[in-house]
Design a binder for this molecule. Structure first.
Ligand code: F6P
Length: 357
């Protein structure tokens, strides 16, 4: 059996992409007659017909490498069916590249946006398999995405390091953690780093309650506090606004992000010396942790097995301890926020962590 496999990575990069690519390739070469074509820079390469015929050595030595050897780009799903000034029909162009390359299937490694386009291509008749990656862990149907645990490690290390300087100066450190609209990364890193407050997009906060926590700690001879805030967090008033209105209001306020705002507001309210810390893209950089190397490899090997069986229109997933797959049409575009009654949230509350609510 011969199979020509196109593979691409799309959306924001994350640690584990190369490990997953390697997993697909090694299992494919090992278990059937595979030819692998690397599509460059995500869907851009598929639209513009930019690709690279790959061979075994290309997949060697990349297990621990961060980023993606194929390059990536963001091509918003909402624009896929829109013909812009360049007059390119993107869907037709992607199908043409697939046909020109005589692909038997396309493996797409990406997050929610990537999965929506993967599903679109599947509906257009292409054989597609998705692999869920993102540091945000916000893809429905899988317990974990690869990249997430590495980002948790990095964000936890940031919080650990803030502890010592916060304690020495008696300051309040407000650390802004990535995750887009989901709070998973902040919840896990906040727990692992021993944050005093964890502010999530899913649980709107009341600044007075956060201030109270800082004051109470100070009264109890803890002159410092650590607040882990998700980049998508919002206060109770903001949570009632539409996203556009919220963005406009924030622009007016002129703060440099949510951590900056909370740090300044706490200084004003409680008189505490506060600092905002934004680790930003560091959370997506570098080598994958051991967990992600294993998960990426498991996902990649599962994808190769699906190709061998000719099973397409699915996305690989981890459910419990089992690597499995979901129909793309069932999961594409479905968000996975932190449930407000999630066990981890209860657990955090039980050890006195404030969610500001
Ligand atoms: O989806 C991953 C992520 O890092 C989010 O956590 C963050 O909101 C976003 O990407 C940042 O996007 P960009 O890399 O385009 O700045």
């Amino acid at each position: 059996m011969k199979r020509r496999i196109g593979i691409l990575t799309s959306g924001g990069d994350c640690p584990g992409l190369n490990a997953a690519i390697r997993g697909v390739a090694r299992a494919a070469y090992e278990t059937f007659d595979a030819e692998i074509i690397g599509i460059m820079d995500g869907y851009r390469g598929l639209i513009e017909g930019e690709y690279r015929l790959m061979s075994k050595p290309d997949f060697s030595g990349i297990l621990t490498l961060g980023g993606t050897i194929l390059g990536t780009s963001r091509r918003p799903f909402r624009e896929m069916r829109v013909i812009g000034d360049d007059n390119v029909d993107k869907v037709a162009a992607m199908k043409k590249t697939y046909e020109n390359l005589k692909l038997d299937c396309l493996v797409t490694l990406g997050g929610n946006g990537t999965h929506k386009t993967a599903n679109l291509l599947s509906e257009e008749g292409l054989n597609v398999i998705g692999l869920p990656k993102t540091i945000d862990n916000d893809i429905y149907g899988t317990d974990f995405t690869f990249g997430f645990h590495t980002a948790v490690e990095i964000a936890t290390d940031v919080i650990d390091r803030l502890h010592t300087t916060a304690a020495s100066h008696g300051r309040c450190m407000v650390v802004e953690i990535m995750g887009n609209k989901a709070g998973w990364l902040t919840l896990y890193a906040g727990m692992a780093g021993g944050a005093d407050a964890i502010l999530l997009p899913e649980i709107p906060y009341d600044l007075d309650k956060v201030a109270k926590m800082v004051e109470t700690r100070a009264k109890n001879n803890k002159a410092f506090s650590i607040i882990a805030v998700a980049e998508g967090a919002m206060d109770e008033k903001e949570s009632k606004l539409k996203r556009k209105e919220r963005d406009a209001k924030r622009k007016e306020q002129g703060f440099h992000g949510i951590a900056d705002r909370i740090a300044r507001q706490l200084t004003e309210l409680v008189g505490v010396e506060a600092r905002a810390v934004v680790p930003g893209h560091i959370q997506r950089g570098g080598s994958p942790c051991a967990y992600d190397r294993v998960l990426s490899t498991q996902f990649g090997v599962h994808a190769a097995d699906l190709i061998k069986k000719g099973k397409y229109g699915v996305s690989v997933a981890l459910v419990g301890n089992e690597v499995t797959h979901n129909k793309l049409s069932d999961i594409a575009g479905v968000a996975k926020p932190v449930p407000t009654d999630h066990q981890m949230v209860d657990l955090a509350r039980n050890i006195g962590i404030s969610f500001g609510d």
